[in-house]
Design a protein around this ligand. Structure first.
Ligand SMILES: [Zn+2]
Ligand SMILES: [Zn+2]
Length: 281
């Protein structure tokens, strides 16, 4: 049976694996298809596509956006996006700039707590355009200011801890629209983690294409619940490990194996959308 992992991060955001390492793991585990979903970035997609091509693995472009609806944070996965789309690239560059100022705010708060971590140390370690909290945690450990990533999050970085800074978020409706205008399919990520069920009908009205039913942190019951919701709203079903390499503990690739039939459904949805003429409204 063929299977896929449609939720993966590399060092182009807060994962630790290079595209080569990630594809290597996927090949050993026998994956037929992968999607790369780095936060606010499509930068790794070109290299990932080449490597997957050489390894005989089907590759799907993607990104993961942070959005909100009525003060609830949710993540949107954009699949099959055109990685050269100008509006997408301009908006991603804007989100990346916001991420960088958030890192500066977090290190300023740490400094006020007499934790001498500089923003530049985080940027040097992150070495990417989409730095995030896991990079701050790793920089704290590397500088000997915390003993573990867990400690860094528990003491400083978790929501409502003293160095936590809220993330700037786009509206979920804008997120769906951005993904669509770049030719992609918009999918709600890990709904079981964000408690975002109320938002689902709203996003369905806005054109949401799918929902991530299978995720490392979804229990069997949670997956079953979202499969039922997907059926009710005629949403496509996706799944992935949300592997970040070693930046959030141990690598998760292999924990979710999405049956390939779901990839086929995603592909036919994209193909039918692209073959339709634009309807003016
Ligand atoms: Zn996420
Ligand atoms: Zn993710």
């Amino acid at each position: 049976m063929k299977f896929a992992d449609l939720h993966l991060h590399t060092h182009f955001s807060d994962g630790t694996f290079s595209p080569e390492e990630l594809a290597g793991h996927a090949q050993r585990l026998g994956f037929a298809a992968l999607a790369l979903t780095d936060h606010d970035s499509v930068e790794g997609c070109t290299r990932m596509a080449e490597i997957c091509g050489a390894a005989g693995i089907e590759f799907i472009t993607g990104t993961e956006l942070t959005a909100e609806h009525n003060d609830t944070e949710l993540h949107l996965l954009g699949y099959f996006v055109d990685t050269q789309d100008e509006k997408l690239l301009a908006d991603l560059a804007r989100f990346q700039a916001v991420r960088q100022s958030r890192i500066r705010e977090m290190t300023a708060r740490l400094n006020e707590l007499n934790v001498p971590l500089e923003a530049e140390a985080v940027f040097a370690l992150a070495n990417c355009k989409s730095p995030g909290r896991p990079h701050v945690a790793r920089a704290l450990v590397k500088a000997g200011l915390c003993r573990s990533l867990d400690e860094a999050f528990e003491r400083f970085l978790k929501k409502n801890r003293p160095a936590w800074v809220p993330k700037a978020r786009m509206s979920a409706l804008e997120g769906v629209e951005l993904i669509h205008q770049a030719g992609g399919l918009a999918v709600m990520a890990h709904p079981g983690l964000n408690r975002t069920d109320d938002v689902i009908p709203v996003l369905v009205d806005a054109g949401l294409d799918g929902i991530e039913c299978f995720h490392t942190k979804h229990s069997t019951a949670t997956s079953a619940r979202y499969l039922e919701i997907a059926g009710k709203f005629h949403l496509l079903v996706t799944g992935g490990s949300d592997c970040h390499g070693f930046s959030k503990g141990k690598p998760l690739i292999g924990t979710v194996k999405l049956p390939y039939e779901h990839v086929e459904k995603l592909k036919s949805r994209v193909a039918s959308r692209r073959s339709k003429p634009e309807i003016p409204h």
